[in-house]
Write a protein that binds this ligand. Structure first.
Ligand code: MLT
Length: 236
């Protein structure tokens, strides 16, 4: 039987064998929520890069470039990291380069050793879970966290995916069981369960509120982003 595991922060990724695993990267506030939203609204592809310099390089080559550090848009780039910025008609068919504080770094760390890298959010939870049931591989949910520390919302998502796949995957490690129990206790009011989390407070200090409730909505889209080479595209 396949196994689903949870890595609470990229700094612990070295503890996991990935040679038979699909890595699902989760950065709920807000990188992976942006990626899913953009692809659902018709963005052609998203190229995640770890550094601002790499993002600038692609911008100079004609990509629309999204850059965020510490929840703020980086000066000189086209898009910030609000999912609402990815809903515009002008982005239909666009190739986007993206760098964020934690989410794209997590993708960069996983892509060299995972069988596949896929993108998870509450927004595409059901579609992602259904796809993973059809794959022969184990799954590692990689929580992007914040600068090496775990966070509530990514762990909550990991628990939600574990709960959705508990009949098809073995859930053995304590980190996975912690995430699952967190979700079981929080599922009826996700917003309340993260209301005092560090990144919610950070976003609110910046006047960002509507992104929070948006990113916690479940099953808005059926897109399942997968990394093909260095670029994310929708599988369906
Ligand atoms: C991250 O990479 O941690 C997030 O995308 C940051 C944010 O969007 O606020």
């Amino acid at each position: 039987m396949k196994q689903l595991d949870v890595c609470l922060t990229p700094d612990l990724l070295h503890l996991h064998k990935l040679d038979n695993s699909i890595v699902v990267v989760a950065d709920i506030f807000r990188a992976t929520s942006c990626m899913v939203t953009g692809l659902a609204y018709g963005v052609k592809s998203i190229t995640p890069v770890a550094s601002v310099e790499e993002c600038k390089f692609l911008q100079d080559k004609g990509y629309i470039a999204a850059a965020e550090r510490d929840a703020r848009k980086v000066e000189g780039f086209d898009l910030d990291n609000s999912p609402f910025s990815y809903m515009h008609e002008s982005l239909i068919g666009a190739q986007i380069a993206m760098t964020t504080t934690n989410g794209t770094l997590s993708i960069s760390k996983a892509k060299s050793s995972a069988v596949k890298v896929m993108i998870g959010s509450f927004l595409n939870l059901g579609a992602l879970a259904n796809h993973l049931k059809s794959e022969p591989y184990d799954v590692l949910v990689l929580c992007a966290g914040w600068k090496g520390r775990p966070n509530l919302e990514d762990t909550l998502f990991a628990g939600a995916l574990a709960e959705a796949l508990k009949d098809q995957f073995m859930l053995l490690e304590d980190g996975t069981l912690m995430a699952q129990r967190l979700y079981q206790q929080s599922r009826d009011n996700l917003l309340a369960s993260v209301s005092n989390s560090s990144h919610v407070r950070r976003l609110q200090r910046l006047g960002i509120q509507k992104d929070i409730s948006y990113c916690l909505q479940t099953d808005l889209y059926d897109v399942v982003p997968v990394l093909r080479g260095s670029t994310l595209v929708s599988m369906n």
